[in-house]
Ligand binder design. Structure first.
Ligand SMILES: C[S@@+](CC[C@H](N)C(=O)[O-])C[C@H]1O[C@@H](n2cnc3c(N)ncnc32)[C@H](O)[C@@H]1O
Length: 274
C-alpha cells in the first residue's frame, strides 16, 4: 500500500472513529503496516475494497479502531516534564496532601502503554521525593485499553532502548539486568495497579492529585471527543490537582470557556506551563 493510499484511507476513516488525521501524520507508518496486514488477512486487494468491506461489516470498525492504536512510549519520555514533576509539581501536591493530613498522593496514568510512564513516576517518587515526605505513600492507577500493553507492563521487563533516557543513577538503582533485558525491581512496582479501561467508556476512580494523559486523548481523538473526555477526566481530579499533557498537546478550544475547570486544574507541558 502506498503512503498516499494510506493517507486517503485514514482521512476517510478516522473521523468516523472520532479520531483526527492530524494526530496520525507522523505515526502513520505504524498504522500503514497494520492496515496492510489486515487487508492480507481479509484477502482484499486495496483500501477501496476495504472501504466496501467496512460498509457491509459493521463489526470491522471495532477492529479498525485497534489498528489505529499508537503504542509508542519509553521511560522518562520528555525529560523536561519529569524535571518539572520532580522539582515543582509533585512537591506542591505532596505538601497539599500533608496539609489535608492525607496519607496518599494519588496518580492516574491514562493510556499507560507498557508501564513506562507510571513506572517512571514510581521511580521518581521513591528515589527523589519519598524521603522528604515520610508520612506519605504514592498510589498509582495505570489504565490502558490494550491487553497486550498491560501484559507487558505487568511483566516489568524491558529492552535497554526503553530505559536508556532515564538518568543513569535511577536506572542503576531501579533495574536489574537479566540476560539482554532489564527487570524493574519490586520496590518500584508495588504502588501501581494496572487496569484495562477504554478511556472513552470508563475513567479511573478518583480523586486524583495528578493525572497524566499524554499522547492519547489530546492527540488522536477529535475535538468533540476531547472536550467530552476532558470533562470526565476533570471529575476524577481533586481541587488543585495537576493534569499533565503531552508536549505537543493542548486542551480543546471548547475548554477555554470552562473557567471553573481552570480553577481546579494546573496544566503542565514542556516548557513548564502552570
Ligand atoms: C502513544 S501511547 C502513550 C503512552 C504514554 N502515555 C506516553 O505518553 O508515553 C498511547 C497509549 O494509549 C492507549 N490507548 C489507545 N486508545 C485508548 C483508549 N481508548 N483508552 C485507553 N487507552 C488507549 C494505547 O494502547 C497506548 O498504550
Amino acid at each position: 500500500m502506498s503512503d498516499a493510499e494510506c493517507v486517503r484511507f485514514l482521512q476517510w476513516a478516522l473521523p468516523q472513529l472520532r479520531m483526527r488525521w492530524d494526530g496520525f501524520r507522523k505515526v502513520r507508518g505504524q498504522v500503514r503496516k497494520r492496515l496492510a496486514r489486515r487487508l492480507g488477512e481479509l484477502g482484499l486487494a486495496d483500501t477501496e475494497a476495504y472501504r466496501e468491506y467496512l460498509q457491509t461489516h459493521a463489526e470491522e470498525w471495532q477492529y479498525l479502531d485497534t489498528v489505529c492504536r499508537i503504542t509508542i512510549s519509553r521511560f522518562y519520555r520528555d525529560k523536561g516534564v519529569y524535571a518539572a514533576l520532580s522539582k515543582e509539581v509533585m512537591p506542591t501536591l505532596a505538601r497539599a496532601a500533608e496539609q489535608r493530613r492525607e496519607k496518599l498522593v494519588r496518580v492516574w496514568s491514562a493510556g499507560c502503554g507498557g508501564g513506562e510512564e507510571p513506572y517512571t513516576i514510581a521511580i521518581l517518587w521513591h528515589l527523589e521525593l519519598r524521603d522528604r515526605y515520610p508520612d506519605l505513600e504514592i498510589e498509582i492507577v495505570a489504565t490502558d485499553t490494550d491487553p497486550a500493553m498491560l501484559a507487558r507492563a505487568r511483566k516489568g521487563r524491558y529492552a535497554f532502548a526503553s530505559i536508556k533516557d532515564l538518568p543513569a543513577r535511577w536506572r542503576d538503582r531501579a533495574f536489574q539486568q537479566q540476560d539482554s533485558a532489564y527487570r524493574l525491581m519490586p520496590a518500584f512496582r508495588r504502588d501501581i495497579t494496572f487496569l484495562e479501561r477504554d478511556i472513552r467508556n470508563e475513567q479511573a476512580a478518583g480523586p486524583f492529585d495528578l493525572v497524566l494523559c499524554r499522547n492519547l486523548v489530546f492527540t488522536y481523538f477529535d475535538d468533540a471527543l476531547q472536550s467530552e473526555l476532558l470533562s470526565r477526566i476533570v471529575v476524577t481530579m481533586r481541587g488543585g490537582a495537576a493534569l499533565v499533557l503531552g508536549i505537543h498537546e493542548q486542551l480543546p478550544a471548547a475548554a477555554q470557556g470552562l473557567g471553573s475547570w481552570f480553577d481546579k486544574l494546573r496544566i503542565y507541558r514542556e516548557p513548564l506551563c502552570p
